[in-house]
Design a protein around this ligand. Structure first.
Ligand SMILES: NC(=O)c1ccc[n+]([C@@H]2O[C@H](COP(=O)([O-])OP(=O)(O)OC[C@H]3O[C@@H](n4cnc5c(N)ncnc54)[C@H](OP(=O)(O)O)[C@@H]3O)[C@@H](O)[C@H]2O)c1
Length: 388
């Protein structure tokens, strides 16, 4: 029986994690669940899965949550409590499924405590890549990727010799605007951007998929996870989202992992690794799919991908700044304060006005670079909104 902590249990990945857990009650026990503000769903999940502890980020929601739950469930609130449950002495596996940079501190707490982390929260690795690597070297901790692309690569690399690896090829669906005329990008509404053709996901990652920043963040994630240089990570557009990524070996062979686009597969693999569970979900029929297509990404249409490669290559604090500027840009777009076509413009402009020296040596330094970038990006959004 594995004791599982789900950070971000009310989100898309969190809810699908609990679906898998529910299928296999003899294998997994839920130890802790967390949410930011959705206390009603958290309470519902807690009544169903009976975790020992639940955490709600917003302190003003402690009372309604406390009242909704039986006395034996411990209820905690605030940021520090997230890290406390992430490093709970009885946790065997921590699912890191908070969205954005907010997931970094609890993910680092889990790793520092030597836990196995099933990582969906790519922003944690993008912003804290160096620290995470350092922590992994010093502890018994390990990361099992949940992102479908990284899970695919992880599965393909199993049993292979590292020196045989030539390059990683990440697939991208291309999002909803792959073929839409670029001149109309300024008029794209949040509702349109939130309609992903293949995946049902949280709002932030869905917008990131539409700009291809999601793939850019995944390039940086792959760099840190698999210790591969940026020159050896490629992106290919694959609208069907059936091939979840590939590895090219030095003899020219390409190995891939294929399945229907269903996050419950990579989630289940991370939960049960190295075993595979007999999952009851719909299966891929290649005959039904019929055709798989691939094309190169268009850098003019999707400048975010180029921005991410640049920030990754520069290293140091630049991925932190890239991520922070992107989080501000996406939030501003969803609030209709920034048009879709200006998301990459805002990120580029923000980064061009910043300077950093050295490499992140501590979580505090990363958080400080993040705050500095957010303040600048917010100021730019305001200036742009006010200017005629
Ligand atoms: N969704 C997918 O299919 C998918 C696939 C691959 C990777 N990922 C990655 O997985 C992560 C989660 O994505 P998602 O789509 O599941 O996001 P989501 O649906 O927006 O859920 C986010 C979760 O994080 C919580 N949360 C939000 N802000 C927080 C904060 N400041 N502190 C603590 N908790 C916070 C939310 O709580 P409330 O509900 O209370 O707001 C919710 O439980 C992202 O990094 C994403 O890139 C997602």
């Amino acid at each position: 029986m594995k004791n599982i902590v789900v950070l971000g249990s009310t989100g898309s990945v969190g809810r699908q994690t609990l679906e898998v857990v529910e299928e296999f009650p003899d294998r997994f026990r839920v130890l802790a669940l967390t949410a930011a503000g959705n206390w009603k769903l958290l309470a519902e999940q807690a009544r169903r899965f009976r975790p020992r502890v639940v955490v709600i980020l917003r302190e003003d929601l402690y009372s309604p949550l406390r009242e909704a739950l039986p006395g034996e469930t411990e209820v905690l609130c605030g940021e520090r409590a997230l890290s406390e449950v992430a490093s709970h002495p009885e946790a065997d596996l921590v699912v890191s499924a908070i969205v954005g940079m907010a997931g970094l501190s609890p993910t680092l707490a889990a790793l520092s405590a030597g836990k196995t982390v099933a990582l969906a929260n790519k922003e944690a690795l993008v912003t804290g890549g160096e620290l995470v690597r350092g922590t992994l070297r010093k502890s018994r901790a390990r990361i099992l990727p949940v992102d479908s692309e990284h899970s695919a690569i992880f599965q393909v690399l199993k049993g292979q010799r590292r020196r045989d690896l030539k390059r990683i090829i990440l697939t991208a669906s291309g999002g909803p605007f792959r073929t839409r005329p670029r001149e109309s990008f300024a008029r794209i509404s949040p509702e349109e951007a939130l309609k992903h053709p293949r995946w049902r996901m949280g709002a932030k990652i869905t917008v990131d998929s539409a700009t291809l920043m999601n793939k850019g963040l995944e390039v940086i994630e792959a760099h840190y996870l698999f210790r591969v240089s940026y020159d050896r990570i490629r992106v290919v557009i694959h609208p069907e989202s059936i091939v979840h990524s590939l590895v090219e070996f030095r003899d020219g062979s390409l190995l891939a992992q294929l399945s229907l686009p269903d996050m419950r597969l990579p989630i289940a693999y991370a939960l049960s690794y190295p075993e595979r569970l007999p999952l009851p979900y719909p299966r891929l029929s290649l005959v039904e799919v019929g055709r798989l297509t691939f094309e190169p990404p268009d850098p003019e249409r999707f400048p975010c991908l180029t921005l991410a490669y640049e920030a990754g290559r520069r290293g140091g604090f630049w991925p932190v700044a890239l991520n922070a500027a992107n989080e501000v840009a996406v939030a501003a777009f969803l609030e209709r304060r920034l048009s879709f076509d200006r998301i990459p413009v805002l990120i580029e402009e923000t980064l061009s006005r910043l300077s950093f020296s050295g490499k992140p040596g501590s979580l505090e330094e990363i958080l400080s670079a993040d705050r500095r970038t957010r303040a600048l990006a917010e100021r730019l959004v305001e200036e742009w909104t006010c200017s005629p």
